[in-house]
Design a protein around this ligand. Structure first.
Ligand code: ZN
Ligand code: ZN
Length: 209
């Protein structure tokens, strides 16, 4: 039987609801055990309290039978719709294969300078490439892509430093090359100490992969 931990740590004194990151497992199956360690990592990196909530919406609303994949935009909208006002950031984590209409598939999607993001470990898993399974490698990739997608919600766009976690990865090898860290410039932007890079701003209405 799948365990469904509902963890909500009480807030530290002085912490407002905006400092809360809501982690939402969507069809994670046995991999939902990775959400605890992932939440710990995100708490450390972003300085947020992390709560884990199962979705009340039916993820099948986003299933596209002609593609055999889930529309990540619809899942993002559903995550946002069920979050109470005042919720900080929301990160959906899923094992299903995600797409946006203009792309064959995506590792994830996020609102630039917004509240919601989603990440999928479907294409981060060695097994779909016919390679031996590695839970450690899968977690490492999930950690990087989760930090990357949340970085977009902190108004970070793609970075040209291929070691920076905000570099864009088209394939899983790119995820392995980059680190889980923000480069100095992305760190400065995330902390609100600098303007976003001139010339690299992407349209705000366009979701980031
Ligand atoms: Zn960077
Ligand atoms: Zn991105």
């Amino acid at each position: 039987m799948e365990s469904r931990p509902e963890t909500r740590k009480s807030l530290r004194p002085g912490v407002t609801p905006l400092d809360v990151l809501r982690l939402v497992p969507i069809h994670c199956g046995t991999r939902s055990k990775m959400l605890g360690p992932l939440g710990e990592e995100l708490r450390r990196v972003f300085g947020v309290n992390v709560e884990q909530r199962y979705p009340r919406f039916d993820p099948e609303l986003a299933y596209d039978s002609s593609r055999g994949q889930y529309n990540s935009r619809l899942l993002l909208a559903a995550l946002l719709a069920e979050a109470p006002s005042g919720t900080g950031r929301i990160l959906g984590v899923t094992s299903v294969d995600l797409f946006i209409p203009v792309l064959t598939w995506v590792f994830g999607e996020a609102q630039l300078d917004g509240a919601a993001a989603i990440v999928s470990f479907h294409r981060l898993d060695n097994e779909i490439y016919g390679l031996p399974a590695s839970e450690d490698l899968l977690f490492e990739r999930l950690r990087k892509e989760a930090i990357h997608e949340l970085g977009h919600t902190y108004n970070l766009v793609h970075c040209h430093d291929d070691r920076c976690v905000m570099s864009s990865s088209t394939y899983v090898d790119g995820v392995d090359i980059k680190s889980a860290r923000f480069c100095a410039e992305c760190t400065r932007i995330r902390r609100g100490k600098g303007a976003n890079r001139p010339g690299s701003a992407e349209p705000g209405s366009r979701p980031r992969g």
